[in-house]
Design a protein around this ligand. Structure first.
Ligand code: SF4
Length: 293
């Protein structure tokens, strides 16, 4: 029985990640020393590839050691204090903050200033330990709250002007639930006289990926999902994808593939997170082909 193997044409890194990788590779190709503050992307295989070219991953407490050297700020952005520390130590900042994230940071500065004048609050929907949220907190000049799920909404005060924003890599369906829960609480608590502004801050690239994956899997029997284990959109997309096929497997490396997964299956779909490089999807396809021989 011959299996047909397909790679999801919508998969592959988003433009922000591609841009950051290109910035890193250009410097490495010029044989320049380059450190990246934190993992450049949530994909260990891609990081290993760049480390072989000379990229060094450093933590915030190592900024002082980078004096006079190049240091890349990744797509998620950094807090204003990180810029200040790097500048104080004469670090050459290579800023790969995604322009969409930069735009959100600017919105947070503007909106938090406005809401502070009204004694209001800013609500950020996101993962408390995600680098983008950690950086965004640094741009808030007002009372702010981070909500991770609908349950967190119960703890909020609705009786004050409110602005709601989302981490760029969250999904629309989840964000809608958060907004709906806040609106419901506001009505129940008779607080609708206080202003509410909801900002559409989810990245359009991320927003369409779940629907694209669902379409792609329409005629597939099995899903092989390739993603770094730390990638939040990887975890989410896998959850969405696995409901659409008979069997689904999450791998971070083609070596994890097992021959027994593919017996009797005909239509195999390979997809990945917004940080999964195309070369890793291609290697996965080759490995599946080998296992089917
Ligand atoms: S997912 Fe969107 S916001 Fe995030 S790095 Fe990619 S393009 Fe930028």
């Amino acid at each position: 029985m011959k299996a047909n193997i397909y790679i999801d044409s919508g998969a592959g890194p988003c433009f922000g990640v591609q841009r950051a990788i290109q910035m890193a590779e250009e410097l490495l190709e010029e044989n320049k020393e380059l450190a990246c503050l934190g993992d450049l992307i949530h994909n260990d295989e891609e990081i290993k590839r760049l480390e072989k070219k000379g990229l060094q991953i450093v933590s915030h407490c190592q900024i002082v050691e980078q004096s006079g050297k190049n240091m890349l700020f990744r797509t998620h952005g950094e807090t204003p204090s990180t810029y200040r520390i790097a500048e104080n130590y004469n670090v050459e900042i290579v800023d790969a903050t995604c322009p969409i994230v930069k735009e959100l940071q600017n919105q947070v500065i503007k909106l938090s200033k406005k809401i502070a004048e009204q004694n209001g609050q800013l609500i950020l929907f996101g993962d408390i330990y995600h680098a983008e949220i950690i950086a965004l907190k640094g741009y808030c000049n007002s009372e702010f709250h981070i909500v991770r799920n609908v349950g967190d909404i119960n703890k909020l005060n609705t009786r004050k002007p409110t602005v709601i924003l989302s981490q760029t890599t969250k999904y629309q369906a989840e964000y809608k639930k958060i907004v709906k829960a806040f609106e419901h609480k506001r009505k129940t608590e008779k607080a609708t006289k206080y202003s509410l502004e909801v900002v559409e801050s989810i990245c359009k690239y991320v927003a369409k990926r779940d629907m694209q994956l669902i379409d792609f899997l329409g005629d597939k029997d099995i899903l092989v999902f390739v993603s770094g284990r730390k990638s939040s959109n990887g975890k989410y997309l896998f959850k969405v994808g696995k409901k659409k096929v008979k069997r689904a497997y999450f791998i971070s490396n083609p070596d994890e593939l097992q021959k027994k997964w593919f017996q009797k299956n005909r239509r195999i779909g390979i997809s990945g997170a917004t940080s999964t490089p195309i070369w890793l999807l291609n290697e996965t396809q080759l490995r599946v082909e080998e296992l089917l021989k």
